[in-house]
Design a protein around this ligand. Structure first.
Ligand code: HAM
Length: 410
């Protein structure tokens, strides 16, 4: 049997690596426009960084973390998400001394979920966070940024933005109680999985995709009815500002998100082009999280997007447009070829050579790799110290000396 990657993991190469790199480039470009600074953190952290903030009753913590003891007996976890590690890094490196602190990171995350299209055990996230401001403009800025990135990478895909407000932490507590009572009274109509959450995490039942649960969920009390005046005002303000930017949204009062740290604004960008794993980007506000990790009592807001899901929807990235293929027809012409090889590389042209010393094979490789030019070094070219170069797009061909190669390919 051929050796295979671990279940739920995959190798990225060919067209997908071009797409991956294009995503990183676009994210970097747009992050600069909005003045977010890049950060990279280790892929493993102490387990307790994740267990409490993500919610000890949440699926991510209960079932999905890759946790192990290292040789000194410390419990470590491969990061299942990026918000808590970025907060940890901002605290460790005193980055939150000057606010607002706007950071972004890209990298692999690990969750032991059941693999399917768009859902993997190792996947990559783009993650943006803004620490230190309650201003609704920060919510709008992050949504605007997410919208810009998706529009730029997936111009032809229909993507909808869904929005909700969870209110402040006290409201959430009251609502959780109400919801728990409601689901307890109707427990027999719930799926087994949701029944187990009635006491510990009733809000998460609203997230359930199981059809048995849908009817009860549709009649559950709505969080929006419990929001304080202040929370409602903030929510209205965000909607008004989004309209100003012509960003369309749908309100979804049952949107609660899968992690425990959220309050106030929550949002998701979804598409119907992906199947069941349809969320491209999800995020929201989290008051109290930074303090609970040992930082100042400041609010935060952010989002994360799944790179693999974006790749599944992206058009191919055209690259190698100026690739120059070398057809060296005998080993003894290598040294002569090297002069042109070196000149082209020094001038930022991509070159390729298939080690075959055969014109027919070189021509077919050049056409397969969509090379723009072919540079031929045969007996005659070698003798007169020239190069034959052909533009494969126009068919134009010329015998040139080393000084004229650049003029031809320009
Ligand atoms: P999340 O909803 O768990 O949020 O993940 C965000 C995005 O990561 C999802 O919408 C999806 O595109 C991608 N994703 C999640 N799990 C997988 C998987 N197993 N395979 C492939 N893609 C996946 C968070 O992680 C929060 N930390 C977001 C956040 C940042 N909230 C505030 N700041």
């Amino acid at each position: 049997m051929k050796i295979q990657p671990v279940r739920g993991t995959h190798d990225v190469f060919g067209k997908n690596i071009s797409k991956y790199n294009k995503i990183c480039e676009e994210v970097d470009r747009i992050a600069r426009l909005f003045s977010f600074l890049e950060i990279q953190t280790p892929i493993f952290e102490s387990t307790n960084l994740f267990s409490k903030p993500l919610g000890e009753a949440s699926d991510v913590v209960l079932k999905e973390m890759y946790t192990f003891l290292d040789k000194s007996g410390d419990s470590l976890t491969l990061r299942p998400e990026y918000t808590t590690p970025i907060i940890r890094a901002a605290i460790s490196n005193n980055l939150i001394n000057s606010l607002p602190c706007k950071l972004f990171g890209i990298g692999p995350m690990f969750r032991r979920e059941r693999p399917q299209k768009g859902r993997y055990r190792q996947f990559s996230q783009i993650n943006f966070e803004n620490f230190g401001t309650e201003d609704t403009l920060a919510d709008v800025e992050l949504i605007h940024l997410a919208n810009k990135i998706l529009k730029s990478l997936l111009p032809n895909i229909k993507i909808n933005l869904y929005l909700n407000s969870l209110g402040d932490k006290d409201t959430l507590k009251i609502y959780k109680n109400k919801l728990s009572i409601y689901f307890k009274q109707n427990k027999r109509f719930l799926s087994k999985e949701s029944q187990s959450k009635v006491e510990s995490n009733p809000i998460r039942i609203l997230d359930s995709k199981i059809s048995e649960d849908k009817n009860l969920i549709s009649k559950a009390p709505l969080l929006i009815e419990f929001l304080s005046k202040d929370a409602l005002r903030k929510y209205e303000d965000i909607k008004k500002l989004l309209k100003k930017l012509n960003i369309n949204y749908f309100e979804d009062n049952s949107l609660v998100r899968g992690l425990d740290y959220y309050c106030h604004t929550v949002f998701e960008f979804k598409t119907s082009s992906l199947g069941s794993q349809d969320t491209l980007i999800g995020g929201g506000r989290y008051d109290g999280l930074i303090k609970s990790l040992g930082g100042k009592d400041i609010p935060g807001i952010g989002w994360a997007g799944g790179i693999e899901r974006i790749i599944l929807l992206m058009n191919n990235v055209s690259d190698n447009l100026n690739l120059i293929h070398f057809a060296i027809l005998h080993e003894k012409f290598k040294e002569h070829a090297l002069l042109a090889y070196n000149l082209l590389i020094d001038n930022n042209y991509s070159v390729y050579w298939n080690f075959k010393y055969n014109l027919k094979k070189s021509l077919s490789k050049a056409s397969e790799s969509k090379a723009r030019f072919i540079l031929i070094i045969g007996e005659e070219e070698f003798k007169i110290k020239k190069f034959k170069i052909k533009d494969l797009k126009t068919g134009h061909q010329k015998l040139v000396n080393i000084d004229s190669i650049l003029k031809f390919v320009k």
